[in-house]
Design a protein around this ligand. Structure first.
Ligand SMILES: NC(=O)C1=CN([C@@H]2O[C@H](COP(=O)(O)OP(=O)(O)OC[C@H]3O[C@@H](n4cnc5c(N)ncnc54)[C@H](OP(=O)(O)O)[C@@H]3O)[C@@H](O)[C@H]2O)C=CC1
Ligand SMILES: O=C(O)[C@@H]1CCC=N1
Length: 273
C-alpha cells in the first residue's frame, strides 16, 4: 500500500468509518483523499483524521489508484455518469463499490467501461477497527486483491466471497446488523427509562452490558453463545422468565424474517437501480 493513493467518493457515514479505521491503524492520511459535495462533512473528516479533502471528485479520481465509490445507491448512476463523461483513463484504476443493491454488471454499465472492481460490504464498526467487510472481486489481480485486503483488514476482519450474490447475504449478517443490535439496545434503554432510571443511567447501563456480553463472546470462543446464555439463566430464575417470553414471541422468527427482508430489498434494488 506504501505509495498508493485511495480516494473515497462521497464521504458520509460509511466512508468516514472506513477512513477512521484506516488512519487509526496507521495508514498514511496523506495517501487518502475524501470527497463530498458538502464542505462541512469534509471539514470533519479532515479535522478528525488529517486526510486530504476536495469537493472535486474528478481531481481525486485522477490522483488515486484505488477509488472507493461510496454514495447512496440511488446516487450512483449520476456519479458514474460524471466519471464516464470526464474521459478519465481507467487503465491504472481499481474501483471498489460499497453500495448495496448494485451489481458488478450494473456498475460497469454505469461507468461505461469494464473496470476492475471489488464489491465491498463493510459496516460502521470499522471506525473502531471492529468492522467486518465482505469482499467480492471481479477481474482483479492477485496483487490488487492483496492491496484491498490490506485496506479493509485495517478496519477489522475481511471475508472474501466466491459468488457475487453472497454480498446480499452478508448485508443481512453484518452490513445492516449493527442497526439490529442498536435497535435491541434501544428497547432495553426505553424500558430502563420506564422503570425510572435516568437517561444517563439507562444509556450507560445498556451500553456497558452490551459491551460486556460482546466481549465475553469474543473472549470465550470455545463456549457457544447458547452456553454463554445458559450461564446467565438460573433454573426457575429471572432470566429464564425473560428468555421464555422472548421465545414465546418468536424471537428467532423475527430475526430470520428481518434478515430475509434485508436480502429481498437488496435484490429488489438490483432491479430498480
Ligand atoms: N451506512 C452503513 O452502515 C453502510 C453503508 N453502505 C453503503 O455505503 C454507501 C454510502 O452510505 P452512507 O455512508 O450511509 O451514506 P451517506 O449519505 O452518509 O454518504 C454519502 C455521501 O456522499 C455525498 N454525495 C452524494 N452524491 C455525491 C457526489 N456526486 N459527489 C460527492 N459526494 C456525493 C452525500 O451528500 P449529501 O449528504 O448531500 O447527500 C453524502 O454525504 C451506500 O451505497 C450504502 O449502501 C454499506 C455498508 C454499510
Ligand atoms: O441500509 C443500507 O442500505 C446500507 C447497506 C448496509 C447498511 N446500510
Amino acid at each position: 500500500m506504501a505509495n498508493k493513493t485511495i480516494a473515497f467518493i462521497g464521504t458520509g457515514n460509511m466512508s468516514y468509518a472506513i477512513i477512521g479505521g484506516m488512519v487509526k491503524s496507521g495508514f498514511d492520511a496523506q495517501h487518502i483523499i475524501a470527497t463530498n459535495r458538502n464542505e462541512e462533512k469534509l471539514a470533519k473528516v479532515s479535522a478528525d483524521f488529517g486526510v486530504q479533502t476536495t469537493t472535486n471528485n474528478l481531481d481525486a479520481i485522477a490522483q488515486a489508484e484505488v477509488i472507493v465509490l461510496s454514495v447512496k445507491p440511488q446516487m450512483m448512476a449520476e456519479l458514474c455518469q460524471t466519471i464516464q463523461a470526464s474521459g478519465i483513463d481507467f487503465k491504472n484504476k481499481l474501483f471498489v463499490s460499497v453500495a448495496a443493491g448494485i451489481t458488478v454488471t450494473r456498475l460497469r454499465e454505469m461507468l461505461g467501461h469494464p473496470v476492475r472492481l471489488v464489491r465491498c460490504m463493510p459496516n460502521t464498526p470499522s471506525l473502531l477497527g471492529k468492522g467486518v467487510s465482505g469482499l467480492f472481486a471481479a477481474d482483479v489481480s492477485v496483487d490488487e486483491q492483496t492491496l484491498i485486503e490490506q485496506v479493509f483488514s485495517s478496519t477489522g476482519i475481511v471475508v472474501w466471497l466466491d459468488e457475487e450474490q453472497k454480498i446480499n447475504d452478508i448485508i443481512a449478517v453484518t452490513g445492516s446488523s449493527p442497526a439490529y443490535f442498536f435497535l435491541f439496545m434501544e428497547t432495553i434503554e426505553a424500558k430502563a427509562l420506564e422503570l425510572g432510571f435516568s437517561a444517563v443511567q439507562a444509556r450507560q447501563l445498556v451500553e456497558q452490558t452490551a459491551l460486556g456480553a460482546a466481549m465475553m463472546a469474543c473472549d470465550q470462543q470455545a463456549i457457544s453463545l447458547e452456553q454463554l446464555r445458559a450461564n446467565v439463566t438460573s433454573k426457575g430464575g429471572t432470566t429464564h422468565a425473560a428468555i421464555e417470553t422472548y421465545k414465546a414471541n418468536h424471537i428467532n422468527k423475527i430475526t430470520s424474517d428481518a434478515m430475509d427482508a434485508c436480502i429481498a430489498r437488496a435484490k429488489e434494488m438490483e432491479q430498480e437501480l
